[in-house]
Design a protein around this ligand. Structure first.
Ligand SMILES: Cc1cc2nc3c(=O)[nH]c(=O)nc-3n(C[C@H](O)[C@H](O)[C@H](O)COP(=O)(O)O)c2cc1C
Length: 166
């Protein structure tokens, strides 16, 4: 069985989660940035991670998922600046699920808070959008994430998925 762990990460939060997942996989495995791979062919299981940007996956992630996940077995992991218990995460995570091809098998979806970069906070705080100004005010609480607890929970996620498929 061959496993791919691939991720998009602009400020390393999603990369940290990806690394934790990768460490837990005890079979034939590869670790790659999303922009280093042409397609997902040749892998039995794919762990694929990215940050939430503007209330969902970014457009490039959506295009990649729509074009490359037909009949694939996928576990998604995402990071976001908001706390994991926020109600407003529900539609963002639905968008992540819905971005997959309808023939893909979603093995699991996990999400973790990740520190929001100061330049993002600065830009949101100047926005005309009230919601974005609210996020700018809340975002400093994400400092230091993903922490050890979240890294451990990502490892647990990897173990659960691998148990499911072996
Ligand atoms: C352009 C942009 C938009 C973002 N939009 C959201 C958002 O809608 N909701 C949220 O909770 N976090 C948002 N964030 C915060 C990131 O999702 C979060 O910091 C994430 O952990 C970054 O992951 P990375 O370091 O792997 O890129 C946004 C960040 C950027 C750069």
């Amino acid at each position: 069985m061959k496993v791919l762990v691939t991720y998009l990460s602009r400020t390393n939060n999603t990369r940290k989660i990806a690394q934790a997942i990768f460490e837990e996989i005890k079979t034939d495995k590869e670790f790659k940035k999303l922009d280093e791979i042409e397609n997902l062919n040749g892998y039995d299981i794919i762990f694929l991670g990215f940050p939430i940007e503007n209330f969902g996956p970014s457009d490039d992630v959506k295009v990649f998922l729509a074009n490359n996940t037909s009949n694939k077995r996928i576990a998604l992991f995402v990071t976001h600046g908001s706390p994991e218990f926020s109600d407003y995460l529900t539609p963002w995570l639905d968008q992540c699920r819905n971005a997959l091809d309808s023939s893909a098998e979603l093995l699991g979806l996990s999400n973790y808070q990740g520190e929001v970069a100061q330049r993002v906070i600065d830009s949101m705080s100047k926005s005309d959008n009230q919601m974005l100004r609210y996020f700018a005010k809340e975002s400093p609480k994400s400092k230091g994430q993903p922490d050890e607890k979240r890294i451990e929970s990502a490892k647990e996620f990897a173990r659960e998925i691998m148990k499911k498929v072996t």
